[in-house]
Design a protein around this ligand. Sequence first.
Ligand code: NDP
Length: 500
Amino acid sequence: MGEFSRSIASLTAEMLACNTLEKAQAYLQSLNEPISLHSYIAGSFKAWDAGSTSSVDSFEPKTGRLIAKIPNTSEADVELAIHHAKLAFPTWSKTPRSHRSDCLRRIANLIQENRELLAVWESIDQGKTLERAQVEVDRAVSNFSYFSTYILHEQTPARMIDATSTSASVLTYEHRSPAGVFALISPWNMPLYLLTWKIAPCLAFGCTAVAKPSEITSITAFLLTAIIHESEILPPGVLNLVLGDGPTTGAALVASPNIAGVSFTGGTATGIALRKATAHQIGKHLSLELGGKNPLLLFSDALVPTPDHPAPLPHFAALAAAAAFTNQGEICLCTSRVYVQEASYPAFLATFAAHVRATYAPGTTPAMGALASRAHYDKVRGYLALAEREGATFEVGGVPPEEPEGGGYWVGPVVLTGVRGGSAVLREEIFGPVVVVVPFGSEEEGVRLANGSGYGLAAVVVTRDGGRMRRVGEAMEAGVVWVNGWLQRELVLQGGWVGV
Ligand code: NDP
């Protein structure tokens, strides 16, 4: 086992003992200062000194209090982490798949064993409810267990080239080999779940990793490395963690010529910056999962009761609400524009608004916690103030106060109508509990409105007409299309058409 300084060891032990919200809150209350999180390089946590290292403050969204300090890992230390990941690569990439599979399965088990405490810290750090955090920890378990078996059964395409008068037939096949060290950069909305969705396939396929979570939500990434460190499952250098902000730590990681590829999930503007920053490094792999302004298109045919579907209106109103407000709307795949066919518009809006009011009061349901940061609160509030200035109707909710009440970043659900066509509220990603409802007439108009944003991440089509499912589903300019459902996901799906 690598060096594990006593103070860091006791910090992680204390945090890992907090398996209820009450225990974690009591622990935080008992401290005289915020928790210091640490980067993890070559099998050791790296101690740092707040006097000499620049750092980032991390606040608890539900209360607004300072709970943690994160070092801005320097370019030199980022390069050190990459260096050790590179040293670990030749051996790890040649480690038999069966062994890598076993390592991933054991990590899945460890996350499962630590489910409650990881969910507790995720809820405290990100603002989400404990119930939502538990769902995401379960998905983190699935990330490791899925790829632990996937690599054992991976297939590769093979094709024949016909014989010609001058040559025999030729068998061609695709061979994939581990590329090297990957930079894994994740956002703040589903911290553990999204980071493990990068770590698991990276390690499964024989690459080594330098991971950087968002500076706003680094706690569960730190705890995950502590749990893996204690288990001694991975050789030093295979998984490294560098904490810090995007411009300092993230940018240094992406720019390094020793990084073979970058797997990034985050905002579109950052994605563009990453593409520019790596444009000259032609061999560098770049995977970008960016923002969304996702439509839900509801056709009147779906609301006709049938013997096996006697109450479609409340059912689909609940579906649209879940798609809009799960995790406070802080999921890239959340619906933020609901288009409803004119004949059903009044009935749908009334049922939808009543359901949202009854179900999504902040803090009272599994779906709604506090927004992740003060900066994000201000951003969401800015869009709502704009909607008000532009004369939109708040069917549910309103503009939150400039200074968050009680210090926490709470914003209740907002349903808007009467938003003007070109408004930024309808065009730009708000990434909060805000949804705009708009009527449409013909199928063609609905498709045009749904496709009328610069994004193309996901869409939902609600119809019970089989022909329309395919016709409209395939006309959606989106990477993933759900029909009569939302958020079901096959982990290796790169985009496609999901019918339920
Ligand atoms: P950001 O783009 O601001 O940040 C994402 C990550 O990139 C963070 O770790 C951030 O670090 C880091 N980063 C920022 N600047 C740089 C840089 N110059 N070089 C390298 N890394 C950098 O996104 P948010 O964290 O605000 O997350 C919200 C966004 O993520 C939304 O747009 C959402 O739609 C999108 N998202 C997309 C998903 C998808 O699968 N398509 C899923 C989930 C979210 P730091 O925060 O420390 O500055």
